[in-house]
Design a protein around this ligand. Structure first.
Ligand code: NAG
Ligand code: NAG
Ligand code: NAG
Length: 481
């Protein structure tokens, strides 16, 4: 009696487990269009016979199931012929943008259930990245800042989270950060620790005397190392280096040591007829009052050097904090907080910029005029608000000002899309943003298109793992009974 009941339970659990895992490994196929690179060449596009508006529920379900099955088949069983790459003179840009992972820390007094949650969350995020990377072979992967959940952590915790970020989330080689630790640690404890005084004096020396030595610019970099086939870009967020009223030498030193430059550009094909560039900007340091005003000088020095390039191509600008827009367009309204006049905890922070949801209006105009001043098509990618948003900035040349609206205004002379990439955290359904860039041979201009590919809340992923374990346990108890 018990045996037969248990057997039924085992079969049921097996079915559920298989379904949950099929879902977890094929989730992009359920939203095949949003989860694929945009196809600009309509003659090559798959015949996506869209349903008539009055389709019945049954027809819709069948249609969805068909498109799911086709996509699963094509992604898993058809060897990819890069036909578009062959027939296309200029390959498309395939950029994955991942919003605010904000991984949390584990401390001595963290309860076990929270530790397990944090541990699982790393692998949940890693699952999203791995699945999407396998499916789409991106040319660029950009993490939109707020890699970690707090800037108030010691160096050794910053390192420990970096290790999880490298190893569990992005399945990258950890030897590079281990080497960095070799040359940046506390001799007594052996733990990662940066010498920010040394870093700071070099920084100030360069800023004052040889700003060209910041070496902000790169050309045609497809990967940071030979054994990688995509370019990995880390952005700074307020939780990584702090807002400008908080950012210290220690923050900036450890970020730059482990994650690379916070300000840089890479120009692609600048000698060709199809130039474009990626501009990575640490926009947390654009405004003050700052704790270290020299950091703000450094940000503006970057923009000065960027402008002096006289670049003639298209631009993707990637930064953390969204640009100025009126309340109501996105979830976060503009908001600026300053430390009070009397701030006993840290008196030296009185009146400094404590937080900001947007870049101020004036600075937004200046930055856009510098970065997009050449009138070429472009796109702005930001993170920070977690919810995601898409707006258009309309430029009116009369006064060089940029106005954000939901839909493009017809009387503006230039339009720029800003995409706030929805977070990859479980609460926001584990999103991956996909930016496709395509060089239009007729107009001789780049075209950029963004889509968002959601997964699901982290519990679904947990369920697929836990149910697998439970199923194995039930079958093994059947075997011994
Ligand atoms: C980081 O990890 C090391 C080695 O596991 C550990 O000794 C150290 O205490 C961790 N740092 C923090 C702040 O927990
Ligand atoms: C971004 O961070 C990861 C993890 O530390 C690292 O592997 C990668 O090299 C970093 N990128 C740069 C440009 O340093
Ligand atoms: C950009 O243009 C300015 C003014 O025409 C010129 O002085 C400068 O040398 C140019 N910069 C580059 C990198 O060509």
């Amino acid at each position: 009696m018990l045996r037969s009941t248990l057997r039924k339970v085992a079969v049921f659990a097996t079915v559920i487990t298989v379904l949950a895992n099929i879902y977890a490994y094929t989730f992009p196929s359920l939203n095949a269009e949003s989860c694929s690179w945009h196809c600009f060449d309509k003659t090559n596009a798959k015949d996506d016979s869209s349903l008539p508006l009055d389709a019945t529920l049954f027809e819709k379900v069948v249609h969805r199931a068909k498109s799911y099955a086709t996509d699963v088949y094509e992604t898993n069983f058809v060897t990819k012929v890069e036909d578009s790459e062959d027939s296309q003179r200029v390959p498309d840009v395939h950029m994955m943008a991942l919003g605010d992972p904000q991984i949390k820390g584990v401390w001595k007094n963290t309860p076990y259930i929270t530790r397990l949650d944090t541990f699982g969350n790393d692998y949940y995020l890693g699952h999203i990245f791995k699945t999407m990377k396998q499916r789409l072979s991106p040319s660029h992967v950009v993490v939109m800042g707020d890699l970690f959940s707090s800037q108030w952590i010691p160096d050794s915790e910053f390192y420990n989270r970096t290790r999880r970020y490298v190893n569990r989330l992005f399945k990258r080689d950890t030897s590079l950060i281990e080497e960095i630790k070799q040359s940046n640690h506390n001799n007594d404890t052996g733990l990662f620790q940066v010498d920010w005084q040394a870093w700071g004096s070099t920084f100030n020396e360069i800023l004052e005397n040889n700003p060209e030595d910041f070496k902000f610019g790169y050309k045609d970099v497809d990967a940071w190392s030979d054994d990688e086939d995509y370019l990995f870009v880390n952005l700074t967020g307020n939780h990584d280096v702090g807002y400008s009223g908080d950012a210290t030498y220690q923050h900036l030193t450890r970020f730059q040591k482990l994650f690379g430059k916070d300000n840089f550009w890479i120009e692609y094909g600048s000698e060709t007829d199809h130039p474009w560039r990626l501009v990575v900007l640490n926009d947390l340091l654009l405004e003050g009052p700052a704790l270290q005003p020299e950091f703000v000088d450094y940000d503006w020095e970057f923009l000065r050097q960027l402008e002096a390039q006289n670049f003639t191509g298209s631009t993707i600008l990637a930064t953390h904090v969204p640009f100025y827009k009126e309340e109501g367009l996105c979830v976060d309204p503009p908001e600026y907080n300053y430390y009070p006049e009397v701030w006993e905890k840290e008196p030296y922070k009185a009146n400094l910029l404590r937080s900001q949801n947007h870049i101020s209006e004036g600075v937004t105009n200046t930055v856009f005029n510098i970065v997009f001043g050449n009138n070429m098509p472009g796109m702005v990618l930001v993170g920070h608000d977690h919810e995601g948003c898409e707006v258009t900035y309309n430029r009116f040349s009369g006064n060089n000002s940029w106005v954000a609206t939901r839909d493009p205004l017809a009387n503006a002379d230039y339009h720029l899309q800003e995409i706030t990439v929805r977070s990859m955290m479980g609460e926001f359904f584990g999103n991956t943003g996909l930016v496709t860039g395509h060089f239009n041979e007729d107009t001789k201009l780049w075209e950029w298109k963004f889509t968002l590919c959601p997964f699901s809340i982290q519990h679904v992923w947990w369920f697929s793992k836990v149910s697998a374990i439970v199923t194995v346990l039930i079958w093994s108890s059947l075997a011994v009974l």
